[in-house]
Design a binder for this molecule. Structure first.
Ligand code: TYD
Length: 219
């Protein structure tokens, strides 16, 4: 893992349940940062590397996926992340880029730890082992009520919902509550944005929150 002093760029992670509008907002934040002359790199989880894409297929699309136990799921998500960090994210941060990550270790804490009831200590240890010292400088949680999130998933043009998206409403309630809990635990890092607002308002709030927490004008 890189020496912490060499991490001159920044890592901003985006979190929230499905249908929270993360990808739209990542694109908008990228534009703001690029206008300031910053190199921006957007990554997505699970995936983003050849190995990560293969792992993603096993988790999300495997027809036998319903039999996967939560421990396996945790290890697969964190394995994909370990590869992404070393292959893509850390080198980008070392050269001064701002990395915008669509999901990061908080997704494992919330989906596998809280929603699937895995014990928090091992989840945290495995998470930390996978990312090393590459922690997000800021995490944006786009919060939408569970029913809104579910109806957005159902409206998506894509074919059948994937394995994670077939979970029931209780699961997504736990996901939402899990993120809100994380924001209470890490108020300096985690910012909750109301995702039911119009996209332009969300964009402004995210841009303000990022500028308040990071000096994005300098490498
Ligand atoms: P994806 O299609 O990328 O969903 P989204 O567009 O909502 O990000 O699928 C990722 C799914 O995997 C999503 O349901 C969240 C889940 N997930 C976890 O359960 N744990 C994790 O560590 C990560 C990164 C994702």
């Amino acid at each position: 893992m890189p020496n912490k002093n060499k991490l001159v760029g920044k890592l901003i992670s985006f979190e929230g349940s499905e249908g929270s509008g993360k990808s739209t907002q990542i694109a908008r934040l990228a534009e703001h940062l690029q206008k300031l002359g910053r190199e921006v790199l957007a990554t997505r989880e699970p995936g983003g590397t050849e190995i990560g894409e293969q792992i993603r297929n096993i988790i999300v699309h495997n027809s036998k996926g319903d039999e996967m136990c939560p421990e396996t799921e945790l290890l697969l998500f964190t394995a994909a992340r370990a590869q992404l960090v070393r292959e893509v994210i850390a080198p980008a941060i070392i050269r001064g880029a701002i990395v915008l990550s669509d999901r990061y270790l908080d997704s494992s804490t919330v989906y596998q730890g809280i929603a699937r009831n895995l014990a928090p200590d091992p989840v945290n240890q495995i998470n930390r082992f996978a990312v090393g010292n590459v922690m997000p400088n800021v995490t944006i949680v786009i919060d939408v009520p569970t029913d809104v999130s579910l109806s957005r998933i159902r409206q998506r043009a894509s074919d059948l919902p994937d394995r994670m998206e077939r979970e029931n409403i209780e699961f997504y309630k736990k996901v939402r509550e899990g993120y809100l809990l994380l924001a209470q635990q890490w108020p300096e890092r985690v910012v909750v944005i109301d995702g039911t607002q119009p996209p332009d308002v969300i964009e402004k709030e995210i841009w303000t929150a990022v500028q308040q927490r990071l000096d994005v004008t300098r490498v």
